[in-house]
Design a protein around this ligand. Structure first.
Ligand code: FAD
Length: 468
């Protein structure tokens, strides 16, 4: 009986436990992608990036003799129909651990088992499954450093070779990617983002190799500099499983053994991603509710004209606007810029972190529910192991320190610059006409003077007796 291989955020051939098991089982397989309730709820840019990832990946599976059937509908119902059409005796998938996927997958698993169909999930999304890592007292970690100490010595299985053959099962009729039209909700032309995105497993491997070849040596010292390419840029591939964390982990560990200066810092950053998944698994509300309940009474501002100006990169604070435009144009944002932009929204504008989280979720092609939620709660001060409340990034001094020559700001801001680079002009190309933005206009007035914003935030946070 054939196996249904249910593809999700695992668009690679190498180090893919499910595909390797399918290949060595010798059983016929039918690969499927379902645009289901979880996929439909992704933000606009993630859906666009998923579409692009599928366009790159499907022909590669097909070349192994395994065409992919595309369907649309609720997961369980659609899988049941596929089982009826193919006579499949099993459904396999790679495990996702965001709460929405867990809810869907548990329901699918129990329904299939009840119907006598094998339902099996495979690892690969994380290095250290959250249910396997516990503190000495039992229970999950809440602070990063002890978590890092607990996991850094744990064994990580060496990456599996790429599958080279699969035994095809019955051919099915399905929809095309054009029919599914996953990218349709991208408000701006996906064309602009496409200029900056790099899609697929080969690109992921090329980026990893290029990083190991150069930037890793300066990663520790230069990773915070906004205009430099001192980081790996692997997040957009990790988000869609175009590379596995184990492939990166082993490559980083080799570099460490060979004495690469930034290798340990790099491995630690990769483990921040693991920590985020650890938190999200054990605290599924990480993306919805303040981690510390005492923040529930904090008077966050809700939607406002200021929040809209923040989204549009029109706050009048140059480095914040540059960051928001980088996000809009490329679907990505430098890590330090994410912290500066998030701090400005939650502290200078005293706006609810969930408003920022939702915008990132809609705009990031590397959207990762756990890293995004942890990042926002950390910056806002209400999260686990969070920045203390009085740590308010001053965007101007951050810019001076990490963008001393204004290269980053000039790259993304066109105002007052008749010779603005293509990157900055692309922003005006990408935004909806309704925003009414024109490149030649004067820079917007700041929403709030920095000192005033800081004093207001300190008063609001301090008034609640917020503690470090
Ligand atoms: P590198 O510096 O090369 O790091 C390698 C990998 O380690 C990254 O690809 C990523 O998987 C992981 N990593 C690095 N830093 C972090 C971190 N602080 N938290 C978790 N994982 C990390 N990252 C996402 O992948 N998706 C998100 O949606 C996301 N949202 C964020 C929101 C906010 C408010 C903040 C402050 C951070 C967010 N991050 C998110 C984390 C971080 O900004 C990105 O992972 C990083 O910028 C990706 O660039 P890179 O691949 O070059 O990273």
């Amino acid at each position: 009986k054939p196996i249904l291989l249910w593809l999700r955020r695992d668009l690679r051939l190498a180090d893919h436990p499910m595909l390797s098991a399918a290949a060595s089982s010798g059983r016929p397989v039918v690969a499927v992608f379902v645009c289901d309730e979880v996929v439909s709820a992704y933000g606009a840019a993630p859906r666009w990036r998923l579409d692009a990832g599928l366009r790159a990946f499907l022909p590669r599976l097909e070349a192994l003799g395994c065409p992919v059937t595309l369907r649309r509908g609720p997961a369980l119902e659609t899988l049941r129909a596929l089982i009826a059409e193919t006579g499949a005796g099993a459904v396999w998938w790679s495990r996702d651990i965001d709460p929405q996927a867990i809810a869907r997958d548990s329901a699918v698993k129990s329904a299939l088992k009840a119907a006598g169909v094998e339902a099996r999930s495979f690892p690969g999304q994380v290095l250290f499954p959250p249910w396997e890592v516990q503190t000495g007292q039992g229970g999950p970690y809440r602070v990063y450093t002890p978590y890092w100490k607990a996991v850094r010595g744990l064994p990580v299985a060496p990456p599996l070779p790429a599958v080279t053959r699969l035994r095809p099962g019955p051919a099915l009729r399905g929809e095309t990617l054009e029919d599914l039209d996953l990218g349709r909700a991208m408000r701006r032309g996906g064309a602009v983002v496409a200029k900056y995105a790099r899609i697929g497993e080969a690109e992921a491997q090329a980026r990893l190799a290029a990083f190991l070849d150069g930037p890793i040596a300066v990663y520790r010292d230069r990773r915070d500099f906004l205009a430099e390419q001192a980081t790996s840029a692997l997040s957009e591939h990790l988000a869609w499983g175009e590379i596995s964390p184990a492939q990166i982990w082993h490559a980083g560990a080799r570099a460490l053994a060979e004495g690469a200066a930034g290798a340990e810092t790099f491995l630690k950053e990769l483990v921040w991603r693991e920590f985020a998944w650890h938190l999200m698994f054990h605290f599924p509300d990480l993306g919805r509710a303040n981690w510390r309940a005492e923040w529930d009474s904090f008077p966050w501002a809700g939607e406002s004209a200021s929040a809209e100006r923040w989204r549009r990169g029109m706050t009048g604070e140059p480095v914040v606007d540059a960051a928001m435009r980088e996000l809009y144009v490329t679907g990505r944002m430098h890590n330090r810029a994410r912290m500066i932009a998030a701090s400005y929204l939650t502290k200078h504008l005293l706006t609810d972190w969930r408003i920022g989280l939702a915008w990132f979720e809609d705009c990031l092609i590397d959207h990762d529910p756990a890293a995004n939620a942890m990042g926002w709660q950390w910056v806002a001060g209400c999260g686990p192991d969070a920045a203390p409340y009085f740590r308010i990034f001053n965007p101007a001094s951050q810019a001076e320190k990490f963008d001393p020559e204004s290269v980053y700001r000039r790259r993304w801001l066109a105002e007052g610059n008749r010779h603005a680079p293509e990157t900055a002009r692309d922003f005006f190309e990408a935004v909806p006409k309704a925003w009414g933005l024109v490149p030649g206009a004067r820079a917007p007035e700041p929403l709030i003077a920095l000192a005033e914003g800081r004093a207001r935030a300190l008063a609001a946070y301090g008034a609640r007796g917020a503690k470090e």
